[in-house]
Design a protein around this ligand. Structure first.
Ligand code: AR6
Length: 175
């Protein structure tokens, strides 16, 4: 499903973040060291070229809420934006840090004048953030950035499985 807010389309899709060839930048739910890791980070680094990890090295470590951008060697996208989400129950205030991820990732995309960005549900896997709370923060934050976006026109949430998709759909309908 999708919904339009001024010039921005927010779209939900079930699938794999590494298989979004029509999107300029995919977002990595990274670890602080920007190493290969598990979950989304593992999938992106495995799908990409080893050069991707080499590109991230001088940018690490990053803090919760921060985002950095690299090229996307071996991937069908122009860039990867690496975000460190908060570990739920440890990195506080976790709501604000999660919102910072989305804002800072969009800033990276705007700096490169990109028009489309795909996000996974940051922090909802290994970092333990409850899906519904995370979905609400993610969608509200992106919607509230609309007035500051000049080049980004499409934000896609790529959701792994029915549960994540359904929760995001409910939250997007309510926005
Ligand atoms: N495409 C889309 N979504 C995915 C994919 C995929 N290929 N794989 C998993 N998900 P996680 P985090 C979903 O753990 O919670 C790593 O080990 C997954 O079901 O990747 O921010 C890093 O190295 C979940 O809903 O990210 C870090 O140490 C969501 O994406 C740590 O995990 C995020 O899951 C980051 O933890």
């Amino acid at each position: 499903m999708e919904k339009k807010f001024a010039n921005l389309i927010i779209q939900l899709k079930k699938g794999d973040i590494t298989k979004q060839p029509d999107i300029d930048a995919i977002v990595n739910a990274a670890n602080a060291e920007l190493k290969i890791g598990g979950g989304v980070a593992g999938a992106i680094h495995r799908a990409g070229d080893p050069e991707l990890e080499r590109e991230t090295r001088p940018l690490a470590p990053i803090s919760p809420g921060e985002a950095v951008i690299t090229n996307a060697p071996g991937l069908p996208n122009k860039h990867v934006i690496h975000c460190l989400g908060p570990v739920f129950g440890r990195d506080e205030p976790s709501n604000r840090l999660l919102a910072d991820c989305y804002r800072n990732a969009l800033k990276c995309a705007e700096d490169k004048t990109l028009s489309s960005v795909a996000f996974p549900a940051i922090s909802t896997g290994a970092f333990g953030f409850p899906m519904q709370g995370a979905a609400k923060i993610a969608l509200e934050t992106v919607k509230n950035e609309v007035e500051f976006l000049h080049t980004v026109q499409l934000v896609r949430f790529v959701l792994f499985g029915d549960k994540a998709y359904n929760i995001h759909s409910e939250e997007l309908q309510e926005l």
